[in-house]
Design a protein around this ligand. Structure first.
Ligand code: R5P
Length: 325
């Protein structure tokens, strides 16, 4: 039967939502498997529907979805797919959400705000998910929102490999574009043997996506700065940071980010003269019109496929990262 692989008594089933089919195809190819054909539809009034074309009874299922815009639609589709698996007697269901939806709403910054990242975890659980797999969660504590195993993968090894031979530690500074990324940037700085700088970024709590840079702490003058972030949304954080670094005497600015959300006007802003290169992974789909010559997109499928293999075989996901986290 296509899409189903046997390993002893277990059966691995890969299914995909419609947000980023290429990523699921790439993961399946890495695993030497196929995706189970799925009938996914949107009705005239916007309601979604999904049905698997083959039996999934007793299987170890991985539901792959990429939470790009329209994010609510793709989240709902994944929930429906999990529900369909549960009702079709899948033995274990793993939600594969490389970019965790609503991850930035992980705490109450002000009174009367929601904690939507927690709500998403509850929705996955209610739908029937046994576990979640994600890449570079905006905040590691999101793992605790889900009452079950969460495989938190890191894109750092993928991104580091790209930069390792290109950047000279003698002239390099790793830069965290805000306080929230300091811990991750610190690990990058250790791995690359380069010093760390931190940008003090301010946001207007009343205006979404507006950013201003206040202060840079650390050595940037006469140095190539590697800005590392988990995600680029409108691009304002990164562009403001690059501008400030250049104004402070940086001789070059390169950017590494895991999730290329690239809401408008990111594509335009990121082509700024202050930025030499932007490197991202393909956790989210990027149409041709959102790419340009100084953008590099690295494949995340090998990392996800390896993690799926480890989970399926009861191996070790932690061993994949060799202390990278
Ligand atoms: C912030 O905490 C995140 O790590 C990103 O820096 C931010 O969400 C990116 O948003 P934008 O590209 O719209 O500035």
């Amino acid at each position: 039967m296509s899409g189903i692989k046997s390993s002893g008594e277990k059966r691995l089933v890969l299914v995909s939502g419609r947000a980023h089919p290429q990523l699921a195809i790439d993961i399946a190819a890495e695993l030497g498997s196929d995706l189970v054909p799925t009938d996914a539809r949107t009705f005239a009034n916007g309601e979604l529907y999904a049905r698997y074309d083959e039996s999934v009874r007793g299987c170890d299922a991985f539901v792959i979805q990429s939470h790009t815009a329209p994010i609510n639609e793709w989240l709902m589709e994944q929930l429906i797919m999990v529900d369909a698996l549960k009702r079709a007697s899948a033995k274990r269901i793993t939600v594969v959400a490389p970019f965790y939806p609503y991850a930035r709403q992980d705490k109450k910054g002000r009174g009367r705000e929601p904690i939507s990242a927690r709500l998403v975890a509850d929705l996955f659980k209610t739908a029937g998910a046994d576990r979640i797999m994600s890449v570079d969660l905006h905040a590691a504590q999101i793992q605790g929102f889900f009452d079950g195993p969460v495989d938190h993968l890191f894109a750092m090894p993928v991104l580091l490999k790209h930069f390792k031979d290109k950047l000279d530690p003698a002239t390099l500074t790793v830069v965290s574009p805000d306080m929230g990324r300091v811990r991750v940037a610190d690990i990058w700085s250790d791995k690359l043997g380069a010093p760390l700088a931190i940008i003090h970024k301010r946001r207007d709590p009343l205006v979404p996506n507006q950013v201003s840079v206040h202060e840079i702490i650390g050595p940037v003058e006469g140095r190539v700065c590697l800005l590392v972030d988990d995600l680029i949304d409108t691009g304002r954080t990164i562009v403001k940071a690059a501008e400030a670094l250049k104004a402070a005497g940086a001789i070059g600015v390169v950017v590494a980010a895991t999730h290329a959300v690239f809401s408008d006007p990111a594509t335009e802003l990121l082509q700024s003269e202050f930025i030499d290169e932007v490197v991202v992974t393909d956790t989210l789909p990027l149409p041709a019109e959102k790419t340009w010559d100084r953008l590099t997109i690295l494949p995340i499928a090998p990392l996800l496929a390896r993690a799926i293999h480890e989970v399926f075989e009861d191996g070790s996901v932690t061993s994949m990262f060799d202390g990278a986290a």
